[in-house]
Design a protein around this ligand. Structure first.
Ligand code: GLA
Length: 327
């Protein structure tokens, strides 16, 4: 009998995976057996949904949404307002910058149309993704075309438009390096000022692109407690545990066993912590299904093979899977 990951965590939180229109076929069994929630890896990003003004392309997103519905899975909407994978037309007219009013109008229509299309199918949305800068010396908000065109209140407008478009959707602010002591403080301050100003932010998405060394469990714990003090819902939205430090370019043909053991240990500790905080978490999503399709085999080093997930290149459960199933 198959031991199903999502069934083991039924009393804790839904377990999700990022999928795409290929993996829902090639990895169908693994997805259905182990996950109860999905996120589109790319298909629901601005570049795909809204390639030019008034042109929407829901074909790929709908394939993912249909898969979720057919298999009784939750669907996370990802993502509406971001600086990457977002076409330039939002901010320009024949190559020239347009007014703040026009960009706001375009933003509102974008959010309204997309959320409206998926109403009742996506239970939550990453409304704004990665708006905070990484370095201590930089201002809180990352410099992006949205910030340049609208100003600091672009985030507040995005959340208000989102609430208006689908009053029932749970609205997330989502970011990476979310456990870093400097950046977590910035994320906290941003979300606090939004909430204090009456902006409808319901949750913080902690992306969770981690590795076997960092962040340390204590820092994850500290970040969880910091964010939870705002009274928002929490999710891990893009979990993977790389075998390498970010800047380490070492490459291997096969995953060294010693590193897979460290990975299992790290995953074990992460899930022990998440189970402890189960009342705060409404979802834990992995960024991919199995090691053969991870984005980390092309990032940050092109072609440097990585093995960051619970299932191996043949979709077989790894040590890390066993570790988080045994509790
Ligand atoms: C960020 C985004 C995701 C994805 C990953 C890399 O974390 O939120 O949508 O693009 O980067 O795959």
């Amino acid at each position: 009998m198959i031991r199903k990951l999502h069934a083991s965590y039924r009393d804790y939180f839904p377990i999700g995976a990022a999928v795409n229109t290929k993996t829902i076929q090639s990895h169908k069994e693994t997805i259905i057996n182990h996950f109860s929630s999905i996120t589109a890896e790319n298909e629901m990003k601005p570049q795909y949904f809204h390639p030019s003004e008034h042109v929407y392309n829901f074909e790929q997103g709908d394939i993912i949404a249909d898969f979720a519905a057919e298999n009784n899975m939750l669907l996370r909407g990802h993502t509406l307002i971001w600086h990457n994978q977002t076409p330039d037309w939002f901010f320009t007219d024949q190559g020239k910058p347009v007014s703040r009013e026009l960009v706001l109008k375009r933003m509102r229509e974008h959010i309204n149309t997309i959320m409206g299309h998926y109403i009742g199918r996506t239970y939550c949305w990453d409304v704004v993704n990665e708006a905070v800068s990484d370095k201590a010396a930089d201002p809180c908000l990352r410099k992006t075309p949205w910030l340049d065109a609208i100003g600091e209140d672009y985030i507040e407008h995005a959340f208000k438009f989102a609430r208006e478009a689908d009053p029932n959707a749970v609205l997330f602010y989502n970011d990476y390096n979310e456990c870093d002591p400097v950046k977590s403080q910035k994320i906290y301050s941003l979300v606090k000022s939004l909430i204090d100003g009456g902006v409808p932010v319901d949750g913080i998405g902690m992306q969770g692109h981690w590795d076997i060394y960092l962040p340390q469990i204590d820092n994850i714990k500290r970040a969880i407690e910091l964010y939870a003090s705002l009274g928002v819902k929490l999710q891990i939205t893009e979990l993977d545990v790389s075998l390498f430090r970010f800047e380490d370019g070492t490459s291997y043909q096969e995953a060294p066993n010693e590193l897979l053991e460290k990975q299992a240990e790290k995953y074990g500790k992460i899930f022990e912590l998440l189970r402890e905080y189960k009342d705060l978490f409404t979802g834990v999503t992995f960024w991919g299904v199995s090691d053969d399709t991870t984005w980390l085999s092309d990032f940050p080093f092109k072609g440097r093979k990585n093995w960051p997930l619970l299932f191996d290149d043949q979709q077989k459960p790894k040590m890390a899977f066993e570790r988080i199933m045994n509790f």
